[in-house]
Design a protein around this ligand. Sequence first.
Ligand SMILES: [Zn+2]
Length: 597
Amino acid sequence: MAEKLVARKDVPVELTWNLEDLYPNEEEMLKDLERAMNVAKQIEATYRGKLNSPEKIAACVTEYQKVHETIYLAESYAELAQSVDYQDQHLQELAGKVGLECAKYRACLSFIDVEIGQCDESMIREAAKLNARNAGYLKKILLDKPHQLTPEAEKALAALGQTFGTPYEIYNVAKLGDMTFPEFEVDGKQYPLGYSLFEDDYEYEENTAVRRGAFAAFSKKLTDYLNVTATAYNAQVKYEKTMADLRGFDSVFDYLLHDQMVSRELYDRQIDVIMEQLAPHMRKYAKLLQKVHGLDKMTYADLKLPLDPGYSPSVTLADAKDYVLKGLSVMGEEYGAMLKEALESRWVDFAQNLGKSTGGFCASPYGTHSYILLNWNGRMSDVFTLAHELGHAGHFKLCNAAQSLFDTDVSRYFVESPSTMNEVLMAKYLLKTSEDKRFRRWVIANMIGNTYYHNFVTHLLEAAYQREVYKIIDQGGSVQADTLNEIMRSVLTKFWGDAVELTEGAELTWMRQPHYYMGLYSYTYSAGLTIATQVAERIDAEGMPAVEDWKRVLTAGATLAPVEFAREAGVDVTTDEPLKKTIEWIGNMIDELWRLS
Ligand SMILES: [Zn+2]
C-alpha cells in the first residue's frame, strides 16, 4: 500500500504545474470567457441565416476560429484545475459553471457548420481561398456535405444530441456508480475489491491464488450487470447504424471511419494481420510467463503478470528527468530544449495527492504550452509514462504553432504515434546504458508487457471483437449478452489458442472498456504504434534526416490524412510491410526475453 496521500494544498509547488501560464487567476479566466460569450452572440446575430457569399463565410469562420481559441483556453483552465483536486468543491463548481457556458456557446454557434454545409460547393471552395487558415475546416465541411440532411432534419438531430449519449452514460453509471464489489476470500483471508483495484493491482498480483481469486470475484460482479451493459451497448451500435443509414453511408464501418480519413482496407488489414501473425509470438510470451512463474497452467487471469515482479528499478525525479533528456536526445537540440522547458518550467504535475485524477494525460490548449498530469510513483515505469506524455506535448507544440486551431484536430489513427515512439526511443536508449542482464530483461519486458501488450493485444482484441459486432449490426441484426460473450470468447480463443486457458469470465472482457462507445477507436492504438516503431527504427538507423522528416510531419497537424502522414515520415502503410516488420520486431524482443530468462 502506498504512503498516505496528502491534501492538494500540502503538495510542494515544484511538483505542480503552473496554471498561471494560462491565466493569472480564475477571475481573469472568467472575464475572458464572458467576453468570448459576447463575441459568440455577436457572430450569431451577424451571420445566422446570412451565410450566402464566400466573403461572409470566410469572415464568419475567421471570427469563429478566434473566439473558439478563447473558449478552449477557458475550458482547459477549469478542467485542468479540477483534475488535480476533485475534492475541492469550489473547483467543481467552477468546472460546472464553465462547462455550462461552453455548452451554451456550442449551441449558439452550431448553425455555422450546418449553414455552410447547405451552400453550393463552389461557394465553399471560393471561401476557402480567401483565408488559408480556414481551408482545413471548410474542406471538412465539403467532405461531410454529401452526408448532410435537410436543415430541419439536422436541427432535429442536434436537439436530440444529448440523448444520443445515453448508452454511454448508462454504461458509466452501472460501472462507476452502481457496481460495488464485496470482499473476496482466499485461504481464509479477506481481500477488498474494486474496479480499479482489480485492474491496477490484482491483475499484476504475484500470489497466484489471490490473483485468480480476484479475477473470479471480479467476473462474478460483472455478471450481475451483464444484461444492462449489453442493452446499453446494443443501443449504442444500433444508433450508429441508424446514423450511417440516415447519412447515406454504405455501411456502419464507412460511417465510423469517415472522420478518421481511413479506408476499410487499412482498418481490416490492421486487425487481420495482427490476429494472424502476432498471435504465435504472444503465445510464446505467455509460455514464458508460465515458465518463469512456475505456474501449473497459464490462464487468462495470469496474462498481466510482470515477468520479474521482484525487480522494479526505482528512480528519483531528478534522475527521471535526466533519463528522459538523454533518452530522447536523438530527437535533436530543438526537441531537447522543449523537453527541458517542459520539465523545468512546470508543464508537468508530478504530485500524488488526495482527489487527483488517476493515471496520466497530456492536454494541449491552443496558444500556450501543454499540461501533463502524472501520478509520480518513483518507478522506472513512470519514466516511460513521462516520455509518452512528453511525446504528445512535442507533437502539439509543433502543430499548434504551425496550424490554425481547427487544423490541430489530428486523426486518431496516428495521435498515439509521437507518444509511443518516445517510449520505444526510451527503451532503445536504456538498453544501451547497461549490460546488466536483469535490467535489460526488465526494459524489454516493460515494453512487451506494457507498451506493446496494451496497444497490440488488449486494444486489438477489442477491435477484432468489435468488428464482428458491427458486421451483425450492419446486416440489420442486434446483439445480446449471449452473442457478445460468444464473440469475445471466439476472438480470445483464436488469438491465444492452446497457450492460454480461457478462465470463466474472460468472455466478459467486452464489458470492461469504454472505447466501444467511441466508434472504431480500439484498432488505432496498434496503428499508431506501428508507425512509431518504424520511425524509431529509421531514427536509429539514419539519425537526423529521419528526425527532421518526423518533426516536419508533426507540424502538419490534421492537414494530412493518415496515409500521407505516415508516408511523409517514411512509412508506407498502404502495404502490410510496416506492420509485418513491427510484428517481427516484437517477436525478436520476445525471443530475447527467452534468452535472458
Ligand atoms: Zn497517449
